[in-house]
Design a protein around this ligand. Structure first.
Ligand SMILES: [Zn+2]
Length: 59
């Protein structure tokens, strides 16, 4: 997931802002980690550079 995307994404469930907990990545991209909604506390995984931002009912 490109780092600049963080400025544009929000929680698909409640539109809250997302906090990034990064496990691995480089200066441009986050490869592994978790996005956590600061409002509803849902978590969205980032694996192999892809952020999974699907709402609960589409998983
Ligand atoms: Zn949320």
């Amino acid at each position: 997931m490109k780092r600049w995307i963080m400025e544009y994404i929000c929680c698909p469930e409640c539109r809250g802002s997302l906090r990034l907990d990064e496990v691995s990545g480089d200066e441009n991209e986050v490869l592994e980690g978790t996005l956590t909604c600061t409002k509803c506390e849902r978590t969205y995984p980032i694996a192999e550079g892809i952020a999974d931002l699907l709402p609960d009912n589409q998983r």
